[in-house]
Design a binder for this molecule. Structure first.
Ligand code: MIC
Ligand code: SF4
Length: 640
């Protein structure tokens, strides 16, 4: 049997383990990326490891999330990242240069290489044939130091694309269709590998839209082959030398196959409040729209913006609709400025934001109370926009622009003849906002602002773990619930004591208070706990509040790794009845914890009702050791 693309890349980077689905493997990481909201913590952890220079082929630190600078905190963190990058061999992408995933695709992505990023949308790099994965900051710090990255060997799902997208149907509609079919849990421990004759009909940015939102499936990553379309893109970026052809063998085996006939797709929308709540746009006709946002790392490429400009050209945004647009990178913005498309955008009445994540992470542009907001972004979790009552729909740029004009959710196919955008033969290339690391690092002084506080470190596992159930939650709790992110909180990503005051408050407003009063304890949750963002803060804040274990029906991949990295036990219910049996404020106890964690099952006693629960704890040896030692950093420091 031949190999598929994913297995080819994994086998080339395999350091430990066997490529058997479900088993732990370790792979070598070629490139890393960080962004500012997770980067500060990642670099503090990197510094704590005492390594002088990164050992990767390339590591880049981007500033793209935390851009409001409403006090000195953001600017201080940015300066810390800039100086720490300079000292330790890391390239620094200055604020204004663009969103990490977009810029990495344009300027640094290399087919066949591995990329680890402290952001869950790092799989965007799969659009250019990279094996690109999101992780917590500590895992990225370890990779920068030359350490391997551990994952469960995923199942490889072939997504066979046939046919061709019809006018006004876009890449976003492909991934929304997949989310509709498979849900936000459908991709856990899977790689989605795109294949079939439909692949060559998609440009690299279209492919990247799809791999980016594979994160919403909970997938380990998503990947496209690297072919003549990839070569054309790299040539236009003046990076022909980085091209490597990558295709699956004719007789490549896959664990599962999903068929998508592109010709049959229609414009789709993810309805509030989950990216898998997908319906046809035509079924939403007539819903009034208060706000439209076009941009974010999933839909802010040159072609996305050009389409938007063409749709808006010569027209005016509806009187009661606010349209905000954030181009993904300075390259994109520059191209729009040079060819005049920016003029169509501003003439139509759009508000143009800087090239950054912006409203996608709640950094401004929160819509009106009870708003309907249409966004080309990738997440529509409740409250993420900054307006708790807002109804956020996720759509393609075509649907977004059409709706901004009419003021109602509008199927773009009603606009008449399709707008076709040719990919440029040459992009405008200007890397003057990429600062190179210092040749002589001894001369670089790292600048630390007063907002940078020491991060919590877990203690080695106690003999008996006891505490109260501080909260009992339902399914699909996101890391946005666990550690909310918005314009008020994002400046405190390097200040865990402050952030912890908001931990889990969207789900249970008294959680921090209860945690403090009871000296920490346990969290009980339903399935897919910790889906969404990679933010390690969703483990660090609970750690700071004394959370010892989370008992859930299942966990999202990155968050589960973050919990373990920080010494918090992820325990999985074996039966629904056990979940039902536990009440908030029940007192739980794990006796003989040191011995029990060596087993694949752990007995948790409920002292309040006298019952016992056998919880699953099937972790590789390495992760069990991590729990015993009190986290990954303790292990790294001890040279293990
Ligand atoms: C997000 O989309 O939620 C973020 C902000 O990009 C996060 C990272 C973070 O919390 O800073 C992500 O997706 O990992
Ligand atoms: Fe930024 Fe939004 Fe992309 Fe996260 S999903 S990296 S916040 S643009």
């Amino acid at each position: 049997m031949g190999l598929n693309v994913s297995r080819k890349i994994i086998s080339k980077h395999l350091v430990k383990g066997e490529m058997k689905a479900g088993e732990e493997i370790a792979i070598k990481i070629d490139q890393t990326l960080t962004q500012d909201s997770t980067g500060t913590m990642a670099y503090l952890q990197f510094e704590a490891m005492g390594i002088d220079k990164v050992k990767t082929k390339r590591s880049v630190a981007y500033i793209d999330h935390n851009m409001l600078q409403s006090g000195p905190e953001n600017a201080d963190d940015q300066l810390y990242i800039q100086t720490v990058a300079k000292k330790h061999g890391i390239y620094f992408s200055k604020p204004g240069n663009g969103i990490c995933h977009q810029v990495n695709l344009e300027r640094f992505g290399i087919p066949g290489d591995t990329l680890l990023g402290s952001d869950s949308h790092t799989p965007t790099g799969g659009g250019i044939g990279m094996l690109a994965m999101g992780a917590g900051g500590l895992d990225v710090a370890v990779a920068m130091g030359g350490g391997e990255y551990y994952i469960t060997m995923p199942k490889i799902v072939k997504v066979n694309l046939t046919g061709e997208l019809q006018p006004w149907v876009s890449a976003k509609d492909i991934i929304l269709e997949l989310l509709r079919r498979l849900t936000v849990k459908g991709g856990v421990n899977k790689i989605f590998e795109y294949s079939g004759p439909g692949v060559k009909t998609l440009t690299v940015p279209q492919r990247a839209t799809i791999t980016n939102m594979g994160a919403e499936l909970g997938a380990t990553t998503s990947i496209f082959p690297s072919d003549e379309v990839t070569l054309e893109f790299l040539k236009a970026q003046d990076r022909e030398k980085d091209f490597v052809e990558l295709k699956a063998d004719e007789d490549a085996a896959y664990d599962e196959v999903v068929e998508i006939n592109l010709s049959e797709l229609e414009p789709m929308a993810a309805c509030p409040h989950s990216p898998d709540n997908v319906v046809k746009v035509s079924s939403l006709k007539g819903i009034k729209v208060d706000q439209v946002g076009i941009g974010s790392c999933t839909n802010s490429s040159y072609a996305d913006m050009m389409k938007t400009a063409r749709i808006l050209d010569g027209k005016t945004v509806n009187d009661t609709t606010s349209l905000v647009i954030a181009p993904g990178s300075r390259q994109v913005l520059n191209m729009l400025a040079k060819n005049g498309a920016l003029s169509s955008i501003v003439s139509a009445g759009a508000r143009v934001l800087e090239c950054a994540c912006g409203p996608c992470i709640g950094m401004g542009q929160s819509p009106v109370t009870n708003a309907v907001s249409l966004r080309t972004f990738n997440r529509n979790f409740e409250g993420r926009s900054g307006t708790v009552s807002a109804q956020v729909y996720i759509v393609s740029p075509e649907t977004a622009a059409a709706s901004a004009l009419t003021g109602y959710i509008t199927d773009p196919r009603t606009l008449g003849e399709d707008v076709k955008i040719e990919m440029p033969k040459e992009f405008i290339i200007n890397d003057n906002l990429i600062i190179h690391p210092a040749e002589d690092s001894s001369k670089v002084e790292i600048v630390r602002g007063p907002n940078i506080k020491p991060f919590p470190c877990a203690l080695p596992l106690a003999e008996a773990v006891t505490g109260k159930v501080l909260t009992k939650l339902g399914d699909n709790i996101t890391t946005d619930h666990i550690m909310p992110s918005n314009a008020k909180l994002l400046p405190y990503r390097s200040n865990i004591p402050y952030l912890s005051e908001y931990c889990l408050t969207p789900s249970d407003k008294d959680f921090p208070k209860k945690a403090k009063e009871n000296n920490g304890g346990f969290v009980v949750a339903g399935s897919n706990y910790g889906q969404g963002s990679s933010r390690e803060h969703a483990a660090l804040a609970p750690l700071f509040l004394g959370i010892k274990a989370v008992l859930a029906k299942s966990f999202a991949r990155i968050h589960m790794a973050n919990l373990i990295n920080n010494g918090i036990m992820p325990l999985v219910f074996k039966s629904e009845a056990d979940y039902d049996d536990i009440d908030e404020m029940d007192e739980l106890m794990i006796e003989d914890a040191q011995a029990q964690v060596r087993n694949d099952e752990i007995i948790v006693k409920n002292k309040t009702n006298g019952h016992e629960y056998i919880m699953e704890f099937k972790l590789p040896e390495r992760q069990k050791k991590m729990i015993i030692s009190g986290g990954l950093l303790n292990m790294v420091k001890a040279g293990e």
